[in-house]
Ligand binder design. Structure first.
Ligand code: 5GP
Ligand code: ZN
Length: 119
């Protein structure tokens, strides 16, 4: 489905739930995590409601590629220091045992000077 009326991330994308937006284009959306683990912690997600990484198909390869190439650009814009002295972490929690809490596929980008709360 394009949008799930019960999904908090669909509501953020639609603007009915507020967020601190980092980036938006026709296909992708990014916003700061409400409970950051580190000085930089934002999420990149497809605007289309996809429950998790487990639902990805070959048709999503280009979209996921766009997320992975957008991540370094946004990480630097948001204050991560450059590789190799700086850097960031990318995490995709998937399913209950993967620690996924919100069931709209999202990629965490986490970085900035340590120490971090987690990790
Ligand atoms: P997951 O465990 O599903 O990979 O991560 C979900 C993330 O979304 C968590 O880090 C959590 O802090 C964040 N989150 C959950 N609800 C909201 C919200 O309403 N607004 C924002 N900005 N982040 C949220
Ligand atoms: Zn959704």
């Amino acid at each position: 489905m394009a949008s799930d009326p019960h999904c908090v991330f669909c509501k953020i994308i639609e603007g009915t739930v507020p967020s601190r937006k980092v980036y938006e284009d026709e296909e992708l959306f990014a916003f700061h995590d409400i409970a950051p683990w580190a000085p930089v912690h934002f999420l990149i997600l497809p605007k289309r409601h996809i429950a998790s990484m487990a639902q990805l198909t070959e048709q999503d390869a280009a979209m996921m590629g766009r997320i992975m190439t957008l991540a370094p650009r946004l990480a630097l814009e948001q204050g991560c220091r450059p590789y190799p002295g700086g850097g960031w972490r990318v995490v995709i929690n998937t399913g209950a045992e993967g620690g996924q809490e919100v069931h709209h596929l999202h990629v965490h980008v986490i970085g900035g000077p340590r120490p971090w709360l987690k990790g």
